[in-house]
Design a binder for this molecule. Structure first.
Ligand SMILES: [Zn+2]
Length: 308
């Protein structure tokens, strides 16, 4: 379905619509993929700009966390990134480990006025814990720098979202292992990359561009890993949690599930759901069965009804 913006998962496109008893409502993990990975790039570094065409040519959405006080944040490449479907996020204006909120807000103003978008996620400069609380009143997610896997419906803090920083000169196989382990655990791994060898602004722990290209092509080749921005995978992860912890109300043979969405959650997001049978309706309209094996359910109505 084009409407949901979610990519099509691997597997059969001829799955029969469930015809059993109404029930068994659940959100499927990672939109039907085995696991998920998000690649984020910090600091508006020169080597990201120099190599943008190669990165963009990989054909998967990335997240670029702009440090808006750097002149590089004025480069026209970021508008191209946005137009190509990448996410632009907040990495503050000055990149300090201390902030009363004003520096974070300056970066938001820069991005929102320059690109006419809303900013939903940030990355904490230096992974500073200062931003965990600041982000709660401003964003859906704050990406940190400590590596861990994120599981469906788990209690990972979205305001210190874990991330893996590849070691300097990381090989493709070192990065492949981080995704292979996420995939086998059916979880989400995020990457925090500062730049590539050859930049002019001392990116932290730069990696070879070719190693990254080889790595992403390897992950694409696995076929069942969802590669998308922090915003898109994060909204699915948090949306699933919201629905899974929603309220079930029975009225005759009808069950209505209602949920609340987190603060600073984007509109227009979807999750994929299954049932054992019955008809799912939102705003009185039956959801069409998708023969890839799910219904696509909008999160904005904050309600769905299952009836015979
Ligand atoms: Zn940074």
């Amino acid at each position: 379905m084009v409407e949901s913006g979610l990519p099509t998962p691997p597997g059969s496109d001829n799955v029969a619509k469930p015809s059993g008893a109404p029930g068994g409502f659940k959100v499927i993990d990672w939109a039907g993929f085995a696991g998920a990975v998000s690649y984020s790039f910090d600091d508006s570094n020169s080597s990201q700009i120099q190599n943008f065409e190669t990165l963009n040519g990989l054909g998967v959405p990335f997240t670029f966390y702009l440090q808006t006080g750097k002149n590089e944040s004025n480069d026209p490449v970021w508008q191209r990134a946005l137009d190509a479907g990448h996410e632009l996020g907040n990495h503050t204006q000055r990149h300090s480990s201390e902030d009363d909120g004003s520096d974070t807000d300056a970066a938001t103003r820069f991005i929102e006025s320059k690109f006419n978008i809303k900013v939903y996620t940030m990355a904490a400069p230096n992974g500073s814990p200062t931003y965990t609380n600041l982000a709660k009143t401003r964003f859906m997610i704050n990406r940190g720098v400590a590596n861990a896997l994120i599981a469906p419906n788990d209690s990972t803090d979205p305001f210190t979202l874990p991330s893996y920083i590849p070691p300097q000169n990381a090989s493709a196989s070192v990065m492949n292992e981080q995704v292979t382990s996420a995939r086998s655990a059916k979880r989400w791994r995020t990457f925090c990359i500062h730049g590539f060898n050859g930049g002019s602004d001392q990116a932290y722990q730069p990696i070879p561009l070719q190693a990254f290209v080889d790595h992403v092509n390897h992950v694409k080749g696995l076929g069942d890993v969802w590669i998308d921005s922090i915003l898109n995978v994060g909204a699915y992860w948090l949306g699933q949690k919201a629905v899974s912890s929603g309220t079930n109300m029975k009225n005759g043979d009808e069950t209505t599930i209602t949920w609340r969405l987190p603060e600073h959650f984007p509109t227009g997001k979807y999750v994929r759901v299954t049932v054992t049978g019955g008809t799912l309706k939102q705003n009185g309209v039956a959801l069409p069965w998708n023969p890839h094996g799910y219904y696509e359910m909008a999160l904005d109505p904050k309600s769905v009804t299952l009836s015979p």
